[in-house]
Design a binder for this molecule. Structure first.
Ligand SMILES: Nc1ncnc2c1ncn2[C@@H]1O[C@H](COP(=O)(O)OP(=O)(O)OP(=O)(O)O)[C@@H](O)[C@H]1O
Ligand SMILES: [Mg+2]
Length: 463
C-alpha cells in the first residue's frame, strides 16, 4: 500500500528535504508552498497524511486543518509549529490534528512520527479484520445432511483457489451470503477486505460509481475524486449480491474487469489494475435471464466458473431440528429466557413445514417463538399460524377439533384434500427418512403413485 504524504510549507528548503527524506523511505510525497495550491489539490485527489506549517503566506495552518478534516475526516494532519509555541500546538490538537512537530525538528523525528501514524492506522484496519474473523467464527454454517457436507467441501475448494470467480446459487434465505463470507475467511485473502455490494439495492448510476469510483467533476455531485469498491477490495474479495439485477451497461463494465482485471473510474482515462476475487450470488434463474435478453451470456460464463448451489431447506429436512435447536440456544441467551427446549408436538410442527423462506424463515420463527414463549419449553402456540395450519390439517385434527373444516371461511374442497394428502405424505416420508419403498408400503401406494404424490406436492428431493 502506497501512502500519500502532502507537505505544505513556504520554505523551499524544508519542502525539499522532507520530500527527499520521505520518498527515500518509500512514501509518495507532494509539496506545496501555499494553502491555496494545497487545498485545490487535496479537494481533487485527497491524501493520507498532511504535514502542515502554521504560518503560510496566504493562510493559517489551523484554518487549513479545519478545511482538511471537513473534506476528509479520515485524513491525518500533523501541524508544524514554531519553537515554543505551545498555544498553537494545543489548539491544533483540539481541532483534530494527529500530532504536532515543533521547529526545528530532525528528519529522524519526522520519520518516526510517520511510522507511528502508519502503524496506528494499520492496526486499526487489522483490528477490524480480526473482529470480522471472530464474528465469522460464530456464524458457522450448520447442517449435517449429506448436501451440507458436500457444500463444506466445495467451500474449502473455492477458498483454496483464491483467484477463481465463484457463483453462489440458491433460493432466498438458504445462506448464500454466509457461504460467501466463509469462502473469503478460509482463503489466503482473509486478512484483506471482504466487501459486500448489493446490486439490487442502488440505482445503476450510483452502483457504477460505487464499484469503480469516480474522478472529480465526473458528474454534478462528484466534488472530489473517490475510490471505488474494486479499489478498496484490492487483495481481498468483492461479493456481488443479487447479480441477476445488474443493469446492461454495468454488465459490460463488469465483464471487462473479469476479463482484464482492470477498469477505469467514472470520468477517468487511466486503467487501474486490481487483484480482487469476485464472488457473486443470485436466487434468480440466470439461464432464463439470458433467454430473455436481460443477462449477457458472456458475463454469465465469466461469473459461473465455480458454482456452488445451496439446497432449499425442504430438501434437507433432517437439518430442520438441528438448526431449530441451535437458533433456540442463540436466542435463549440473547433474550435471557429460561427455556430448555421444544415440546414434542412443536418439533412435529416444525418438521412438517415447507419453509419457502428457508433457513432465514426458520431462524425468524425461532426468534419470535423464544420471545413469545412464557413457559420453559417452546409450545406450538408460540409458532406462527401458517405452520400449524400446515401441520395439523388432515383427518387427525378434523376428528380432534370440533370446528369442521368446511365451516372455515374460504374453504375449498380440492385444496383441502390436497393439503390432507400433502401432510400425510410429508409425515410418512419423514418417518421413513425419505425411503420411498417403505413409504409406499405404509401408504398402500405403488411406487409410481407415490412418486406422483411427491411431484404433485413438490416434495420430491431428487431432481
Ligand atoms: N446453514 C446455515 N447455518 C446457520 N445459519 C444459516 C445457515 N444458512 C443460513 N443461515 C442464516 O439464515 C439467514 C439467511 O442467510 P443468508 O443471508 O446468507 O441467505 P441468502 O441466501 O443470502 O438470502 P437472500 O437470497 O435472501 O439474500 C442468516 O441469518 C444466516 O445466518
Ligand atoms: Mg443474501
Amino acid at each position: 500500500m502506497i501512502i500519500d504524504i502532502l507537505v505544505v510549507d513556504d520554505e523551499e528548503m524544508i519542502r525539499w528535504t522532507l520530500k527527499e527524506a520521505l520518498e527515500s523511505e518509500g512514501y509518495r510525497v507532494r509539496a506545496f508552498e501555499n494553502g491555496r495550491d494545497f487545498l485545490s489539490y487535496f479537494k481533487q485527489h485527497g491524501g493520507d497524511i498532511v504535514l502542515l506549517d502554521v504560518r503560510l503566506p496566504d493562510s493559517n495552518g489551523l484554518d487549513l486543518l479545519l478545511e482538511v478534516t471537513k473534506i476528509d475526516p479520515d485524513a491525518i494532519v500533523v501541524i508544524m509549529t514554531a519553537f515554543g509555541d505551545v498555544e498553537t500546538a494545543v489548539s491544533a490538537m483540539k481541532r483534530g490534528a494527529f500530532d504536532y512537530l515543533s521547529k526545528p525538528y530532525s528528519l529522524e523525528e519526522v520519520s518516526l512520527l510517520i511510522k507511528k501514524i502508519v502503524q496506528a492506522n494499520l492496526l486499526k484496519s487489522q483490528l477490524h479484520h480480526y473482529q470480522e474473523r471472530l464474528e465469522n467464527q460464530f456464524s458457522r454454517i450448520l447442517g449435517e445432511n449429506q448436501k451440507m457436507k458436500q457444500l463444506r467441501e466445495h467451500i474449502t475448494m473455492a477458498a483454496h483457489t483464491d483467484r477463481t470467480t465463484v457463483l453462489i446459487r440458491g433460493e432466498s434465505g438458504t445462506g448464500k451470503e454466509l457461504v460467501a463470507r466463509q469462502i473469503h475467511f478460509q482463503s489466503s485473502r482473509a486478512d484483506k477486505p471482504f466487501i459486500d455490494v448489493n446490486a439490487a439495492a442502488v440505482s445503476s448510476t450510483l452502483l457504477e460509481s460505487e464499484l469503480f469510483g469516480h474522478e472529480k467533476g465526473a458528474f454534478t455531485d462528484a466534488q472530489k475524486q473517490k475510490k471505488g469498491l474494486f479499489e478498496l477490495a484490492d487483495g481481498g474479495t468483492l461479493f456481488l449480491d443479487e447479480i441477476g439485477d445488474l443493469d446492461p451497461s454495468l454488465q459490460v463494465k463488469l465483464l471487462r474487469v473479469l476479463q482484464e482485471r482492470k477498469f477505469r473510474r467514472v470520468g477517468g482515462t487511466g486503467d487501474i489494475h486490481v487483484d480482487v476475487r469476485i464472488i457473486s450470488a443470485t436466487n434468480a434463474d440466470l439461464e432464463k435471464s439470458i433467454e430473455d435478453g436481460r443477462l449477457r451470456q458472456d458475463l454469465f460464463y465469466r461469473l459461473n466458473v465455480f458454482t456452488i448451489t445451496l439446497p432449499p431447506l425442504r430438501d434437507r429436512r433432517d437439518d430442520i431440528l438441528l438448526l431449530a435447536k441451535n437458533f433456540l440456544e442463540e436466542f435463549r441467551k440473547e433474550f435471557s429466557k429460561d427455556i430448555n427446549g421444544f415440546r414434542e408436538d412443536t418439533l412435529k410442527v416444525l418438521e412438517s413445514y415447507n419453509y419457502p423462506g428457508n433457513v432465514r424463515e426458520l431462524r425468524n420463527i425461532i426468534e419470535r417463538a423464544t420471545l413469545l414463549e412464557t413457559g420453559n419449553q417452546i409450545r406450538p402456540t408460540s409458532l406462527p399460524e401458517e405452520l400449524k395450519k400446515n401441520a395439523d390439517i388432515g383427518y387427525v385434527s378434523f376428528e380432534q377439533n370440533n370446528t369442521k373444516p368446511w365451516q372455515a371461511t374460504g374453504f375449498n374442497f380440492k385444496d383441502y384434500i390436497d393439503s390432507v394428502e400433502k401432510s400425510i405424505v410429508t409425515e410418512v416420508m419423514n418417518e421413513v427418512e425419505g425411503k420411498k419403498s417403505r413409504a409406499a408400503d405404509i401408504l398402500g401406494l405403488t411406487r409410481f403413485a407415490l412418486r406422483h404424490q411427491l411431484k404433485k406436492h413438490d416434495l420430491d428431493t431428487e431432481n
